[in-house]
Design a protein. Structure first.
Length: 244
């Protein structure tokens, strides 16, 4: 069983957007130490410009990760959602010795799926509403309408700032991402069947390419850990136990 788990969020998201999920995961796996890194351009890294390639983002995060206490990197796994899953795949392809296993939530890749499977064209209007929202709170509420199928009782997190330029840089990086050419690490793909942002067949295309295990949620949207944190935590626990 891994001792540490690094969690990476996706496009324009920060570690605050995990909501209750880290706490739920700790209840299921109390001995597991959780670690977080924000992507360049947002959260704790808002002062840094976001690169326009996944590999540059991965290298930035890896430098931060290697600066940490070696004990926090011992027997570690890497979990990434959406764009965070793309970063995880690139990181794992080039530096497979860094992590024992990988958990990818609703991933996709440009060479495995058409663009309309990676970004639902019916959501373009909602994206424009988010981009033109008059406040950070309104933007977050609009993003939730895209990424969460069941209405949440309250806004789980409201960021202190948002950069449209950095959001565009991240979008360019994500649009260019291609799946690893080779892969050898144990991997779990969690797929939201009712994902209204990225088609579930795109998640499964990644899983097939990586020969990964797949567990599917029948109802949740793209932000699976936020919408159903207990289900997500339990699925991860069950998989880690069987792969130990």
């Amino acid at each position: 069983m891994i001792k540490n788990l690094l969690l990476l969020r996706g496009w324009t998201r920060t570690q605050g957007h995990w909501g209750d999920f880290p706490g739920r995961l700790k209840r299921h796996l109390p001995k597991l130490s959780l670690h977080f890194l924000d992507l360049p351009g947002f959260g704790t890294e808002a002062h840094r410009p976001s690169p326009r390639s996944i590999w540059e983002i991965a290298d930035h995060l890896r430098r931060s990760w290697l600066d940490r206490d070696p004990s926090s990197r011992e027997k570690a796994g890497l979990l990434g959602i959406s764009m965070g899953a793309m970063i995880a795949m690139n990181w794992g392809e080039r530096y497979p010795e860094d992590f024992e296993n990988f958990i990818l939530i609703n991933p996709s890749a440009a060479d495995l799926s058409p663009f309309y499977d990676r970004l639902n064209l019916f959501q373009i209007d909602n994206f424009l509403r988010a981009a033109l929202a008059p406040s950070l709170k309104a933007r977050e509420e609009q993003v939730l309408r895209i990424c969460v199928n069941q209405k949440l009782e309250e806004l789980p997190y409201e960021p202190a700032s948002f950069s449209k330029l950095q959001a565009m840089n991240q979008l360019i990086a994500a649009s260019r991402f291609r799946a690893p050419r080779s892969w050898s690490k144990p991997t779990l793909v969690l797929s939201s069947i009712q994902d209204r942002l990225v088609a579930a067949r795109a998640h499964h295309a990644v899983a097939f390419k990586l020969r990964a295990s797949v567990i599917s949620h029948p109802e949740a949207g793209h932000d699976l850990p936020l919408e159903d944190p207990d289900w997500t935590a339990n699925a991860i626990k069950e998989w880690l136990v069987t792969t130990d």
